[in-house]
Design a protein around this ligand. Structure first.
Ligand code: PPS
Length: 296
């Protein structure tokens, strides 16, 4: 399935037609979750891949065989993408790890009454938009991003692929209250990877021995993941992701937005943010704390 220039519009949200069809999106909405399922939920560029790796490693007690031999989209498929139905049917990996970028108002009904464990991953939206912008420049299945100012406006107007970041985070963290849901931020993973893995392992009721925990931390560090071709997307052909234009594992830092935003854009961002998030009590970490080591 190529359809690199095709956009699939579903419930008013645009999705890359290379990965989504009306049928695949419908399949997600009607999906019957099992109570043992683990669902990783995120808006793109929020730390999805990192959490997929953490969950895989916790499930295997820190043993990296699965994470180093099976691509992330096979061991933790996106529910709404066209290959998910066949992949989930064929997979023997237990517990099932499923990923989604869908907003709560679309997927929430399928989860109602389910005990499936939902891990919602968020990231400060200034770093999300910068990471997403760079990704648009290398991913040939996304529309070409114009200039960064134009892209930022589209993010704030919620007209990019995958819909509104604001609706996504508010939907999952507010209306998701009835679910068996753990909210983890990219910044928590970045500032305290070991502690975050412990929280996730406890949520998944998969306790880790000290040595297993140490192995998880080691294998999901930025440098390990950057070198792991099962997770760094270098397996994806150049026609689909142009690897000469960037790397998926790009910088992996908190606060990279400072290298892109002008002061004026920052002020405009905060005015839109303040108005759209006024009903949301979440706090965000916008900068890397002083003295924190860089991952790269
Ligand atoms: S996607 O396309 O939605 O699945 O992307 P997603 O995985 O959500 O986000 C990609 C960004 O996460 C960074 N990343 C990491 N940062 C630090 N440490 C680790 N281990 C790690 N793994 C992934 C990745 O580099 C992207 O962020 P940027 O800012 O572009 O570097």
């Amino acid at each position: 399935m190529a359809r690199l220039d095709h956009t699939e519009t579903f419930h008013g949200i645009s999705f890359p037609g290379h990965l989504h069809t009306q049928d695949s999106l419908q399949f997600a909405l009607k999906f019957r979750f099992q109570d043992t399922d683990i669902l990783v939920v995120s808006y793109p560029k929020s730390g999805t891949t990192w959490m997929q790796e953490i969950v895989t490693l916790i499930s295997s007690g820190g043993e990296p065989l699965l994470s180093q031999t099976v691509p992330n989209w096979t061991r933790a498929p996106w529910l709404e993408q066209y290959y998910a139905a066949a992949m989930l049917e064929a997979s023997s990996i237990r517990p099932r790890v499923i990923t989604t970028h869908l907003p709560h108002h679309l997927l929430g009904p399928a989860l109602q009454g389910s005990k499936a464990r939902v891990i919602y991953v968020s990231r400060n939206p200034k770093d999300v938009v910068v990471s997403f912008y760079h990704f648009h420049n290398m991913a040939n299945f996304l529309p070409k991003a114009d200039s960064f100012p134009e892209f930022l406006n589209r993010f704030l107007e919620s007209t990019l692929h995958f819909g509104s970041w604001f609706d996504h985070i508010k939907g999952w963290t507010c209306q998701g209250a009835a679910l068996n849901l753990l909210h983890i931020t990219y910044e928590q993973m970045s500032m305290d990877l070991r502690g975050t893995i412990e929280r996730v392992s406890s949520f998944l009721q998969r306790p880790l021995l000290e040595e297993e925990l140490t192995n998880c931390v080691k294998h999901c560090s930025f440098s390990s993941m950057k070198d792991n071709k099962m997770i760094n997307y270098t397996l994806v052909p150049n026609e689909i992701m142009d690897h000469s234009k960037g790397t998926f594992m790009r910088k992996g830092q908190i606060g990279d937005w400072r290298n892109m935003f002008t002061e004026e854009q920052n002020q405009y961002f905060h005015s839109v943010f303040a108005s759209k998030m006024q009903d949301c009590p979440l706090q965000f970490v916008w900068e890397k704390p002083e003295g924190e080591e860089s991952h790269t």
